[in-house]
Design a protein around this ligand. Structure first.
Ligand code: MRU
Length: 368
């Protein structure tokens, strides 16, 4: 391993007055950190994907709310409350699909209940946002520990988009077992789908894994079937932006196609996500709002004309993988397999963690 410490996608600025992120739009050409000092600048950073990945945008938004409100400490209480509502709404709306975003903003805003004054409100929100970050770091580690038993030595692992350190407050979700395996001297061969059109796989996953000394190969998205047909993939593991109550998963566009290919080739298909990505209020994947991105991300890929200038484009950022195609979902609580034989749903309650995993987790204090 060249770098033992994975990159920190989001953290407080040294003096606490801003949100310090790696500007992911610049990777892998340059690794540059920027500091965001207002809610508006955090909204812009989330929309333009300077910070991205479901847990990371939640953490950035939570911190963004804090830095915004710390600029309004001297406001009269009603004006302070009004600005808090506005800023929280704007941050929540920045992107629609990842449930972690609204979850983290709501949790941070709720911390102001029962405080005496504006200063105490900001302190309470800062503590909550910091807790969200540290809990996410811990959830990533637990996901990695739980998923490790699904990853054989020297496995060929296919992943899509970036569900690594850059997408979270810790070592990632889908990439967490890879980092843990590597830190224990085990080998794994990761195939990273480049992930059209914004190339999170080739720009971000390949960057962070190569930096960590993990064996990673970038493939054009269309190569996945060829690799599976050739027997070179032992498992697929991806992250999630929102998981409906029945286990349907919203994740980066192209995930659904990989799940169909995996089923055809009898390759296990795993989803790794913290419980902050579960959305019990959404019954099935059909109820999840899918963000549609700007046509120019396809027509002018990274500044060059990559399609006729005015051609019609349809560019949803995410798709829905039905629960029936998912072998297991790994959360920080353990490994969740479909709760019935027809494989149409998941049950995320504590008791549904298979006994073997539950015993091991309880023994090491890993279940919540
Ligand atoms: O559009 P992005 O890059 O934010 O999409 C990210 C993904 O689809 C990730 O797989 C998901 O957010 C999980 S990150 C742990």
């Amino acid at each position: 391993m060249r770098h033992v410490e994975p990159p920190e996608a989001v953290r407080w600025a040294a003096d606490g007055s801003g949100v310090d992120i790696i500007d992911q739009t610049l990777l892998p050409e340059s690794e540059r950190r920027i500091t965001l000092g207002t809610a508006d600048s955090v909204v812009e950073a989330i929309r333009s994907m300077r910070v991205r990945g479901a847990p990371a945008i939640g953490i950035a938004a939570a911190m963004g709310l804090v830095v915004e409100m710390s600029r309004h400490v001297a406001d009269p209480p009603e004006a302070f409350a009004g600005r808090l509502r506005q800023a929280a709404a704007a941050l929540r709306r920045a992107r629609p699909t990842a449930v972690n975003l609204a979850w983290a903003v709501d949790r941070t805003a709720a911390a102001v209940a029962d405080v005496e004054d504006n200063a105490a409100a900001v302190r309470a929100m800062r503590e909550e946002a910091t807790r969200i970050l540290t809990e996410d770091r811990e959830m990533c580690r637990r996901i990695g520990e739980a998923a490790l038993e699904l990853v054989p030595e020297d496995a060929g692992i296919l992943t899509h988009c970036n569900a690594g350190a850059l997408a979270t407050g810790g070592i990632g979700t889908a990439l967490a077992p890879v980092y843990i395996a590597a830190s224990r001297g085990r080998t794994a061969r990761v195939f990273a789908c480049e992930t059209r059109p914004l190339l999170q796989g080739s720009r971000l996953t390949a960057w962070e894994l190569e930096r960590a000394g993990v064996d990673v190969t970038v493939i054009p998205d269309s190569v996945a079937g060829t690799l599976m047909a050739g027997g070179r993939i032992d498992l697929v593991i991806v992250g999630a932006d929102r998981i409906a109550a029945n286990g349907d998963v919203a994740n980066k566009i192209g995930t659904y196609g990989l799940a169909v290919l995996a089923a055809h080739h009898d390759v296990p298909f795993y989803v790794a996500a913290p419980t902050s990505t579960l959305d019990p209020a959404t019954a099935t994947g059909a109820d999840i709002i899918i963000e549609v991105r700007d046509a120019d991300e396809v027509r002018r890929g990274f500044g060059r004309l990559t399609a006729p200038a005015d051609v019609a484009v349809f560019s949803p950022a995410f798709d829905i993988t039905p629960a029936s195609l998912i072998t297991a979902i790994i959360t920080e609580r353990g490994i969740h397999r479909p709760s019935d034989r027809s494989g149409t749903g998941f049950d995320f309650r504590e008791g549904t963690v298979p006994h073997r995993v539950a015993e091991r987790c309880t023994a090491t204090g890993q279940t919540k």
